[in-house]
Write a protein that binds this ligand. Sequence first.
Ligand code: TRP
Length: 335
Amino acid sequence: MKKQRTLTGITTTGTPHLGNYAGAIRPAIQAIGDESKSFYFLADYHGIIKCHEPERIHQSTLEIAATWLACGLDPDKAHFYRQSDIPEVMELTWILNCLCTKGLMNRSHAYKAAVADNEEKGQADLDHGITMGLFSYPILMSADILMFNAHKVPVGKDQIQHIEMARDIAQKFNHTFGEVFTLPEAVISEETELLQGLDGRKMSKSYNNTIPLFESEKRLRKLIMKIKTNSQEPGEPKNTDDSTLYQLYKAFASTDEVAEIAKCYAEGIAWGEMKQILFEKINAEIAPMREKYNELIAEPKKIEAILLLGAEKLRPMSQALLAEVRHAVGIRKLG
Ligand code: TRP
């Protein structure tokens, strides 16, 4: 079987947390083979859709890049780049804009959620405050994916619709202008969805319940001590099913270790003790990466050079694809 290209983007608006790590970063890095078939990029043009704080975009770009490198991404084995360093993505976005119907975008969850929000607030204009960037963001995402003819796109469940839209748009292009694009497929990792935050809800920036990945050891311990538990006393047998601590432990421990802890639950382990065990487990995995992260973040120039090199290596590919697309739609040399 021919090797499949995997591509995914990370929006540059936040600070990576444990959920991002266990659900997306760690599996992505583990999946990297030797043949540069993996594409991981910082989606900074996606970042500015909702975030109009330049410092935050800038800082988040640095933090996310440093995180991936600290977690072991080897830029010689995977394509690692910043969306805005590949200008062909923007050109392709326009061409796809001219193909994608407005009706398709009307159905986008992100847009519909914004409309519903206006409705709830009693806004007379249901499009109030909705930018064209938000409205058409699945088209930019399609350009990201189709640019490198990705087969597989690992994403969270909330993004499945966008991959389907990219497929629709690719199909329409191929049908209208000839076969150019590979049809992408979403890959959903169940783990991605499961990690819970401090309050037991899904770990997410929007719930403000995250454990940032590279907090200091002290802060990490403090946050873990804050995780919500029920009020069962030490010695009372405890249920693993509804335990955030157990679930987090599972994301970091081996099968044997998890079985061992399940036994401790049945025997009534105290929450405080479980928190300490969980802290040690997570910290053991994170500590060496934290050290690398702190080194990297202190040298933004180095990271900048890595990203620029990543884009430089890719541009022959994006330029060739764009040339093909332009030719296909009739934007050609006159003689
Ligand atoms: N929109 C995605 C998110 O919010 C990020 C993203 C941008 C992306 N472009 C992409 C993901 C292309 C996969 C492929 O999570």
